[in-house]
Design a protein around this ligand. Structure first.
Ligand code: ADP
Length: 348
């Protein structure tokens, strides 16, 4: 009979199998729901089918069979939990026909640089030659208008309820900030948030996009959860600062997205170090290595470490994200590298 040790061996072996088209393994993505010892000495695996594509599940099952039977000599029996059908029926996730890939940028708490990362990621993907849209769904603190220097401009109607995004620097932008004035306090109740976001998603005429980057509201509450279930997100990037309190919140965010079967692309540690402008020495203001420790604990990739540079904030405040304003800046290079990794982590 399979002992606990052999169950561990099975899980360790399964975590070397990547989800087809992703660089993240099937255990991290929550595809392996349960590994139980079977009476015949083998194991019974319960897999969550989080995709409607049968062939993807067949490919995963084939890989598992190869690894367990051939490499470990363990018999495996499969059970499949049809989570895709349940999710589809329960939430009616919106699959946007025009956007090839939807990447969400999330954080466990506010102020860690989530919007900065979302804006620079959008710009960096565009620099790599992709057509990019940026949906600022951070209802509580929309920052796209400021970061892209858009004042008093409203999206143009496209007939009926539809409207066109505002295009700036080659990126198509939609933000709740375009629909309210500075003086309007943005105190939204959950259902209004969802209504507004649903409207953004359904009524924006994006045109054809390679990537839609979604800047989610910070935190792990109902709004984030509902949003994650509303859109068919291809991957989530979770932004954290290195200190323990922030990584603990980010870890909660990882778990929340796993629960709703959104693949986690990885972690971005922002404000990693401060490079002294005089001596060039790094100063770890917020501690060090928190992002990496957390990424390891959750078995997700650490996608980037972005240092604190005053130029990052100055560029955002001046209405042109750093990656555009100063393409040669080391932080811009880090954002472009992040964009490369995000693009590489997308299903084909
Ligand atoms: P969030 O979206 O998580 O609330 P923001 O992206 O608005 O956070 O960032 C918070 C503040 O920190 C902003 O003033 C932003 O310009 C600044 N900031 C973010 N990342 C960096 C960085 N790497 N270096 C310097 N300032 C940064």
């Amino acid at each position: 009979m399979a002992t606990e040790a052999s169950t561990d061996r099975v899980i360790a072996a399964l975590s070397r199998i990547n989800y087809p088209g992703y660089q993240t393994d099937i255990v991290s993505l929550g595809i392996v729901e349960q590994v139980a010892a079977a009476d015949n000495g083998g194991v019974v695996l319960t897999l969550r089918q989080a995709t409607a594509h049968e062939e993807v599940m067949r490919q995963i099952a084939g890989e598992i069979h190869r690894v367990l039977t051939h490499d470990l000599g363990i018999k495996a029996e499969f059970r499949v939990h049809q989570i895709a059908a349940e999710l589809g029926a329960a939430t009616g996730r919106v699959r946007m026909a025009d956007a090839a890939h939807i990447v969400a940028v999330a954080s466990g708490k506010g102020g860690v640089g989530k919007s900065t990362v979302a804006a620079n990621l959008a710009v960096a993907l565009n620099r790599l030659g992709y057509k990019v849209g940026l949906l600022d769904a951070d209802i509580y603190g929309p920052s796209v208008p400021m970061m892209f220097g858009i004042d008093n401009e409203r999206p143009q109607g496209a007939g009926g309820q539809s409207f066109y995004p505002i295009e700036k620097y080659g990126i198509k932008l939609i933000s709740i900030g375009f629909f309210v004035t500075d003086k309007t306090p943005i105190i939204w109740r959950g259902p209004m948030v969802m209504g507004a976001v649903r409207q953004f998603i359904n009524d924006t005429v994006w045109g054809v996009l390679d990537f839609l980057v979604v800047d989610l509201p910070p935190g792990t509450g109902d709004a984030q959860l509902t949003l994650a279930q509303l859109v068919s997100i291809d991957g989530v990037v979770i932004v954290t600062t290195p200190q323990e309190v922030a990584t603990a919140d980010a870890q909660r965010a990882v778990r929340m997205f796993r629960q709703v079967h959104c693949p986690i692309l990885g972690i971005v540690e922002n404000m990693s170090v401060f490079i002294c402008p005089d001596c060039g020495e790094p100063d770890e203001i917020f501690g060090s290595g928190g992002g990496l420790r957390m990424a390891k604990a959750e078995r997700v990739p650490l996608l980037a470490e972005i240092p604190i540079f005053p130029e990052v904030r100055e560029a955002s405040d001046a209405g042109k994200p750093l990656t555009l304003a100063h393409p040669e800046h080391p932080a811009s290079a880090a954002f472009v590298e992040l964009a490369r990794r995000v693009a590489a982590g997308m299903p084909n």
